[in-house]
Ligand binder design. Structure first.
Ligand code: GLU
Length: 302
């Protein structure tokens, strides 16, 4: 355990990121996502970016963004560029939506969530050919002409996407005026030069939609690695909604060791005597996708 982290030089084009939504402080599951993307990025000598996805103010907790950054800091997870906030980037999202409305790749939709639910839960293209021109009280949907039937995850291999989900003209701007996660995440990843997305398996479902956006934007696609989701003792996903406890910034080594075991590492006996920086350095050096469990979820208690 004698390797200090030292200063890192970047000799690759790899760019990875951690993109938390500030709906609350980081819990164990989100720290696992941060560590997994950090290890993967640094093992490729890449740059590791942090982006705060503050797109949905009603679901956010005041002060959470700051708490998240403090937790990353307390766990030695140093990001390489200025933190980006999605709330500062509405112009970029709006501009793309207008371009797609003009080219008829996107359209206004009047349907309410309730109507769609009553129709079976999937949107069946009701407004696709209505050519609505007044966007008031409307969402904006992307016209999906080439559904993505599957994608290849770098860890889990081929992942099929259910046809109804793949075919759906999905929302890129909501009726309430908020920008949709799928649109913002793809525009930002492109803008920031992200080459690979490493994130929790709860985000497998929207991946096909995101790949679709890359195609319509005519941008090179990124590759994906989905990390196992952390479950609590009842088998529920750790989440802010389930009131998963916040990571304790005063015991970073304890949490890092727990998260590393969760990610599949077998730690050396003397690991506890290492510093946070040494732990991360060892993790970067020994990280390998084969270590990662094959399952898409895992109990978090070790
Ligand atoms: N902001 C998303 C979340 O916290 C993650 C986005 C992503 O990694 O693609 O669930």
């Amino acid at each position: 355990m004698s390797n200090p982290q030292g200063s890192q030089t970047h000799h690759s084009n790899y760019v990875g990121r951690f993109a938390p939504s500030p709906s609350g402080p980081l819990h164990f599951g989100s720290l696992v996502a941060a560590l997994g993307s950090y290890f993967q990025t640094k093992s490729q000598q890449g740059q590791w970016l942090v982006r705060i996805e503050d797109l949905d103010p009603p679901r956010e907790m005041p002060g959470a963004a700051k708490m998240i950054l403090e937790t990353l800091d307390a766990h030695g997870l140093v990001w390489d560029q200025t933190v980006v906030y999605q709330s500062q980037r509405h112009a970029l999202y709006q501009e793309q939506i207008e371009t797609w409305l003009r080219s008829e790749r996107a359209y206004y939709c009047q349907c309410t969530r309730k109507q769609i639910k009553q129709g079976g839960g999937f949107y069946l293209g009701t407004c696709r050919n209505k050519a609505l021109t007044d966007g008031a009280q409307c969402s904006v949907r992307l016209k999906v002409d080439d559904p993505i039937a599957f994608f290849d995850d770098e860890k889990h291999g081929r992942i099929e996407i259910p046809a109804q989900l793949a075919q759906e003209d999905f929302i890129i701007k909501r009726r309430d005026g908020l920008f949709a996660y799928n649109l913002a995440v793809v525009l930002d990843d492109i803008d920031q030069g992200v080459t690979q997305v490493v994130r929790g398996a709860d985000l497998i479902e929207p991946t096909g939609r995101q790949i679709n956006l890359y195609r319509y934007l005519e941008q090179p696609e990124v590759s994906y690695i989905h990390l196992p989701l952390a479950l609590d003792q009842h088998g529920n996903k750790l989440s802010k909604q389930n009131h998963a406890p916040a990571v304790d910034n005063k015991r970073p080594k304890h949490t890092i060791m727990q998260a590393m075991r969760f990610l599949g590492f077998t730690l050396p006996d003397d690991f506890e005597s290492a510093s946070v920086e040494q732990m991360l350095h060892w993790g970067v050096k020994n990280w390998h996708l084969d270590l990662l469990p094959n399952s898409l979820s895992r109990h978090s208690a070790f």
